[in-house]
Design a protein around this ligand. Structure first.
Ligand code: ARG
Ligand code: ZN
Length: 425
């Protein structure tokens, strides 16, 4: 009886507690410059995480801000907004439950009905999966250690190669450059699984793999990814420490040598878009850049997977100038977006990064493009802002299938173009 009573009190306490102060995502549209300044202050001085825009420097009048507010700063943030008569809408009232839902499927406790690939996985699980995938498919998969992270975790890329035809070309796909974008590593796993399961059955993947090898890096930012599982679900950057600042982490997608640290990146270590001390200062970016430099003659298609906002982007993001083969890239992205719309009724926007979203220098896609890999794309997967980074596990399969159809469409186009080149020298 006593336990019952205690339990009862606890439940009630918890309920009362929860209605006011639980993790939420708020939508706030500042109306005046004063409100802009207050919002900038709130998002930098209090424990919150901006979902949109990517950094507080882009908060401006009459533009919607999406702000993740964790339980322990909920009251103070809401009081502050109220004090300055800034109205807000609650976009996600139950962020805690969504986070729990995403983690529940992490290691043990597999829900009945969902497969391994329809769940999010811890870093450790992804390392185990890498090993297992290699052991189960020794004739098709090799594991390549391309470097290690700031905290000395290995960066393993899988090489998927079905035959040893000479002079084979290749595709590179990386996932998880930004830690909180969990659907991204999930896609890399999905892609490998699909390729291994449907080679010889699905005509498109068979055609692609008969003619090209695929390198897959499931988690480019393992330190950050681990941190989103253990400590802060909304972490974006890597985890490198700077002696001269209390703030941790570099935005790895601002650390590549493409108009490095110009407008659209920040030299301030506390910023979410901090570019680092110099181009490739971060071991994760350097490892990927080194690998691609060494393989630039075979790699013909570069894909990097992010979330969210449903976009297929291509160079440039580091300048408003058009890429030399802009028309070609636009055609390919358009065809992929149309396929997604036809098959899954999802809208994906497409275009050059700088003109479609914002100037963002130092990205891997632009750097790779300038290296000479002329087919370079950044995919922003689901969704368009409803669940944002907290996309429930039940949505993984649709999100990944959409991306898969885009990958196939673009890869087949690249194949077509390069084979035509071989035939007509
Ligand atoms: N949301 C991505 C980012 O901010 C966009 C990447 C587009 N490409 C780029 N080079 N910035 O990193
Ligand atoms: Zn990203």
């Amino acid at each position: 009886m006593r336990t019952f009573l205690i339990l009862f009190v606890f439940i009630n306490f918890d309920r009362g507690h929860c209605t006011e102060t639980r993790a939420q995502v708020l939508s706030i549209t500042p109306k005046t410059q004063e409100q802009v300044d207050i919002l900038k202050n709130v998002s930098t001085q209090y424990q919150t995480a901006l979902w949109q825009p990517v950094s507080s420097q882009y908060i401006k009048e009459e533009t919607e801000v999406h702000l993740f507010v964790p339980t322990n700063s909920s009251k103070i943030v809401k009081d502050l907004l109220q004090k300055h008569s800034i109205t807000h809408e609650v976009l996600l009232p139950n962020a805690n439950e969504l986070i729990e839902m995403q983690m529940r499927n992490g290691s043990t406790d597999p829900r009945s009905g969902s497969t391994f690939y329809e769940r999010y996985h811890t870093l450790e699980d992804i390392y185990d999966w890498t090993n297992r995938t290699f052991q189960d498919n020794p004739s098709k998969i090799t594991v390549i250690l391309i470097g290690s992270s700031y905290e000395k975790r290995p960066l393993y890329a899988l090489k998927l190669s079905i035959n040893n035809r000479p002079n084979k070309k290749a595709i590179w796909i990386d996932c998880g450059i930004h830690a909180r974008e969990w659907i991204s590593p999930a896609f890399c796993l999905w892609f490998v699984h699909h390729s291994l399961s449907f080679y010889g059955q699905n005509q498109e993947i068979t055609n692609i793999l008969n003619n090209m090898d695929v390198y897959i890096l499931p988690v480019m930012n393992p330190d950050g990814y681990l941190y989103t599982w253990t400590t802060n679900r909304m972490w974006r950057k890597n985890r490198s420490v700077k002696k001269t600042s209390p703030c941790i982490g570099v935005d790895l997608n601002r650390n590549f040598d493409a108009n490095w640290c110009t407008e659209g990146a920040s030299s301030e270590p506390c910023s979410e878009i901090y570019c680092g001390a110099f181009p490739e200062s971060e071991p994760e970016a350097q490892a990927v850049a080194n690998f691609l430099r060494e393989h630039k003659d075979s790699v013909q298609l570069y894909l990097t997977i992010h979330s969210y906002s449903q976009m297929l982007l291509f160079p440039y993001s580091c300048t408003l100038d058009e890429a030399e083969n802009h028309k070609e890239l636009l055609e390919m992205a358009k065809e992929a977006a149309q396929k997604i719309r036809r098959h899954y009724r999802s809208q994906y926007r497409y275009g050059a990064g700088a003109k479609t979203i914002y100037l963002a220098p130092g990205g891997s896609d632009d750097w790779v493009y300038n290296l000479g890999i002329k087919y370079s794309f950044t995919f922003e997967l689901q969704d368009r802002g409803h669940y944002g980074f907290l996309l429930p596990p039940s949505e993984i399969s649709k999100a990944c299938n959409e991306a898969l159809i885009a990958v196939k469409t673009i890869a087949l186009k690249v194949l077509e173009k390069t084979q035509a080149q071989i035939r007509s020298p």
